[in-house]
Design a protein around this ligand. Structure first.
Ligand code: RB5
Length: 144
């Protein structure tokens, strides 16, 4: 299950991503928002809360740049969020970082590129091995 959310700047991209997920038959929960203006940290907290509660294993967060959502999401315990604007980073943040939240910027990527990024992120498994120790080190920073 995927939890998805956007602020007002990425409301259109959120609908595009939902259409992508519908087409692929991937279940999701839409955490909003259709409000404008809106505050991205509120939506980031809602999506990350679904992961923290065990209702979702992956999150997709969209704002103007993807950056504000990513900053907010990475403040939430258990979350490893990455902003991706191309598919190479999307693939490697799954392979090496075990990212569980994908952030994209609606003012940065178009719908075609967003679909490529989603293909890479959702279609790639964490490699584990030597990367697990490093991911554990990152997660330990939550206590720093
Ligand atoms: C909203 O104008 C914009 O600041 C927001 O969508 C996001 O890009 C912040 O990082």
């Amino acid at each position: 299950m995927i939890a998805i959310g956007s602020d007002h700047a990425a409301a259109d991209l959120r609908q595009t991503v939902k259409a992508y997920l519908d087409e692929k038959g991937i279940a999701y929960k839409d955490c909003g928002t259709d409000q404008s203006p809106s505050d991205y940290p509120v939506i980031a907290k809602a999506v990350c809360g679904e992961i923290q509660a065990g209702n979702a294993d992956t999150g997709i967060l969209l704002c103007g740049t993807g950056i504000g959502m990513c900053m907010a999401a990475n403040k939430c315990k258990g979350i490893r969020a990455a902003v991706c604007s191309e598919s190479y980073s999307a693939r490697f943040t799954r392979l090496h970082n075990d990212a569980n939240v994908l952030c994209m910027g609606a003012r940065v990527v178009g719908s075609g590129l967003a679909a490529e990024i989603l293909d890479a992120f959702l279609g790639t498994e964490f490699e584990g091995g030597r990367h697990q120790r490093r991911v554990d080190m990152v997660m330990a920073l939550e206590e720093a």
